[in-house]
Write a protein that binds this ligand. Sequence first.
Ligand code: SF4
Length: 94
Amino acid sequence: MSMTMGLKAKLGLDVFKPGKEAHIKIKPGMEKDPRLKRAVLVCPAGLYSENKAGEIEFTVDGCLECGTCRIACGTEVLDWGYPEGDTGVQYRFG
Ligand code: SF4
């Protein structure tokens, strides 16, 4: 692997196997909570974004299961768990 590979290219090497349900969800009614905006800044996979209405949107596809959003935002706004067995991220090349 080249030492000059960008983050997106490196993340693209990982394999993600989806589960039946998302293992992380924004709790209903919390989409505009200011604590969620932290996830936009800290998620290393860039899975959180803020829409024009000021709501935080999230897709679990590509989640690295690092737990950063859980620590940054807290479980009052996020329903956070690990994926069921045999699903989720499979890291490649470390
Ligand atoms: S666990 Fe990590 S990669 Fe997954 S959504 Fe949270 S911050 Fe992003």
